[in-house]
Design a protein around this ligand. Sequence first.
Ligand code: CA
Length: 229
Amino acid sequence: MQPYVLVMEDEDALATLLQYNLEKEGYRVVVAGDGEEGLVQIDERLPDLVLLDWMLPKVSGIEVCRRIRGKAETRNLPIIMLTARGEETDRVRGLDTGADDYLTKPFSMTELIARIRAVLRRIRPGLADDRINHGDIVIDRVAHRVRRAGSEVHLGPTEFRLLDHFMQHPGRVFSREQLLDAVWGSDVYVEARTVDVHVGRLRKALNVEGTANPIRTVRSAGYSLDLGG
Ligand code: CA
């Protein structure tokens, strides 16, 4: 699992440096040189984390942040804001921008990598783990086993990948198209309603006696794993 980091930074030298160091750490990196391009990239493929420069051409960092937080699909997308010293740092520090963390330039790559790991661990605990827990569901990716409320759950390979994806992003809403990309791959042609069929099977399999339906249907938006915690 290679986490995907979208870097929105208009200083070429810094963007290159960030890309080089993040790729060295095993992240997949895409660089956007302005806010508008960055938002297009997010629409195309949902990143695991956004590194967002405060002062960006076309659409500012704060506006990008506001738009990310304003959409159901991206509301929980982790954002680390990058600011230059003196650039409205107090406001950023208050994090009323909706960012998860911020760094003041110049920062060390070691510091940045540590912050990225911390944010990902907090928001997506499963990203680096073989075993993910959420609510009463445990998924073991090595043994390919799933348990709910102590009972073994038997899933087909597609349902397993679907659940794995949901477990990595608890609470986040995914459209059918996003689920197709993440679970089937973007180069495979599958009809959107196929997703509904597999979500239905996954729900049924997870329907252990006495437990609540863990997958929420969000009208006209998609699905999310929601165990109320
Ligand atoms: Ca800038």
